[in-house]
Design a protein around this ligand. Sequence first.
Ligand SMILES: Nc1ncnc2c1ncn2[C@@H]1O[C@H](COP(=O)(O)OP(=O)(O)OP(=O)(O)O)[C@@H](O)[C@H]1O
Length: 334
Amino acid sequence: MIKIENLSKSFKDNKDEFWAVKNVSLDINRGEIFGIIGLSGAGKSTLIRCLNRLEEPTEGSIIIDGVDITNLSKGDLRKERKEIGMIFQHFNLLSQKTVYENIAFPLELEKMDKSKIKERVDKLLEYVELTDKKNAYPSQLSGGQKQRVAIARALANNPKILLSDEGTSALDPKTTKSILALLSKIRQELGVTIVLITHQMEVVKDICDRVAIMENGKVIEENTVENLFKQPKTKTAQAFIDTLSSNFEEEIINPEDFKGKLIRLSFLGNNAKQPIVSKIIRNFNIDVNILSGNINKLQSNSVGHLILELLGDCEEVQKAIEFLNNENVHVEVI
Ligand SMILES: Nc1ncnc2c1ncn2[C@@H]1O[C@H](COP(=O)(O)OP(=O)(O)OP(=O)(O)O)[C@@H](O)[C@H]1O
């Protein structure tokens, strides 16, 4: 649905040219929640802002449903932008307007009939559960409520794409969960394709289907969220996974401190429910020491990790590792 091809964006400062986005190519499918994660300065905001041309790309193309939006005239771009809603970290609401007026604003720009605007805004208020705040001003709302208003406003024109530029970064963990649940509902019920940028692995874990990891303007890894957790391809991906608190134990495990062979197991879904540890103890003449373990619940599946010390005869340990591999468990010797 969205095809980003060799996209680059540079900023010129006097004679110096700085490439904030370098040669990025991505395919985003219809109805998908696609995450772009990276540290501060990686180029995420610049990339997502190119998707509706809030930033003008320097090179490359962005094709949305067959239309290259990098070549559109101003008039055509205005039409295309109605199909692309956007929310921001700091909500960007109009402080002098009420909740109702903020949501009505894009419809007024479209010169929609007043009674139709009322019908649409009332429906959106109900959808984001803010009917009782209709006449409040943004300053009278919590962060989560402000973001709900911004989401309702972004949905006013029935867009096919919703862009989220760090939409949950200014919110506490509980409010973040409720906004992520709302985004999931929007994808599920309205079929909107969502592209979000974040620096929070929690967001990727909770709602994304696929993810791209950015570093220094480039995409260094693209993966399904399941495979990212199961077998990250880059150190940066592993570092993001480690930011989830339950993975902290791994950092303090030093293989040199142990006599046996240390292995890290990763397993998906149903395999996470099998008693694999008792199976290897029963089937092989080894002892097993559990050093750390966790299960991350993704939106589609669960991914479990276990770090074990296997003690015993080399041959038996090797057989146990082969057994685990055959059980569809990914084994990495540490
Ligand atoms: N308008 C601009 N002029 C010059 N440089 C810019 C401009 N916008 C962004 N940059 C630079 O481009 C790089 C990428 O910035 P960008 O905001 O896209 O990163 P980010 O990954 O979104 O980080 P953050 O989460 O901190 O916003 C940074 O080094 C930034 O200083």
